[in-house]
Design a binder for this molecule. Sequence first.
Ligand code: FES
Length: 105
Amino acid sequence: PKVFYVQPDGTERVIDGVAGDSVMSTAVRNGVAGIVGQCGGSLSCATCHVYLAAEDQQHFDAPSEDEDDMLDCTASDREDSSRLSCQLILSEGVDLHVTIPDEQA
Ligand code: FES
């Protein structure tokens, strides 16, 4: 599956991801700017905040209570499309599109 990462300035990087990996770990491994993932995916940092494209939201359940709580701690404004990218797991055949916020910490 491909992940399309759009920076705040509109530049885009497309990464070939692996099913089972998260949008966060895929970004960190490939050096995508703006996704920090400080806590390594344990829902305790909110530095993996992204805005998930509207057309991709059908592929995921709503945020868990823990994710929802951490989403109140993001450095950039929380929006309806806000997710923590360590909780977005890639699936075979499902491309994803995320926009990276201005600030993570
Ligand atoms: Fe820390 Fe996602 S990496 S909450």
